[in-house]
Design a protein around this ligand. Sequence first.
Ligand code: ATP
Length: 299
Amino acid sequence: INVFYQPLERIAAVIENYPKGIAGFRRYQEFLTTEPEIIDRPGAVAAPAFKGAVAFEGVRFGYDPARPVLDGVSLSVRAGETVAFVGPSGAGKTTLLSLLPRFYEVDQGRITIDGHDIRDLTLASLRQQIGIVQQDVFLFAGTLRDNIAYGRLDATEDEILEAAHRARLDGLLADCPDGLDTVVGERGVKLSGGQKQRVAIARIFLKNPPILILDEATSALDTETERAIQASLQELARGRTSLIIAHRLATIRDADRIVVINGGGIAAEGAHESLIRAGGLYQRLHEAQDLALPNRTTA
Ligand code: ATP
């Protein structure tokens, strides 16, 4: 690796390790200064390559342990399964998924991947195998190439282009005279929200992790962008364990399973049709078109 990459790599490591996932994937700045540091346990081992079976076993967690947000959550996800998480705003969907990369530590119970308690694994080897696509995508000042390759710093040009292609970035690359060397950010080309999201998707294609966490965007993008992003996200989810905080009916319908989070735990789970038939919260959320919207007033 080029020496110039080293500071970048270090910054990338910090961002990678503390994405906004922390506080509903939103406040990593604050996190850096206020949250207790999560570090490797003595004797932690590097994770083997995951197949991607994830199990939450009697998980209890509260930002203030005296007031649990989640309590008694048990859920087994098969390797390669796509699970859509829905539920009212503030129910704890983001919180639950932020426990998997260990942005927070469970207060009780445990989380395993392929049977390994995630606390027994090194953070780096755990997080290396989990890709996260958030609503607010963070790009750093630099070229498109840097921003994509940050998913895997040793990637070749061909691999970067392939990832860009799979993330439907060809149009953007064609429009930019400098292609992958186009500088983005403050001093460069300003990208739209949809374009930034596609850069983030390209990163994950390149990184190719067995587990994907996706916080689906709630903000409306224009229909064409929306379709392009949906298509690449679907491709991204294929062949990986995908845990999606779902806001789109299409995503929810395509999921192998839907998990309804409410009241600190799993209120219901199953396929779309069976949950509708069962009535209850899912059906009401569905009717209200309010499946997981964090903010009704702006939705
Ligand atoms: P939304 O759909 O609105 O994103 P959600 O189901 O993802 O909601 P969470 O963001 O996980 O819900 O929030 C669950 C609860 O935990 C809420 O009461 C929220 O206010 C609280 N919470 C979230 N992040 C933090 C934090 N960093 N510190 C303290 N409380 C938090």
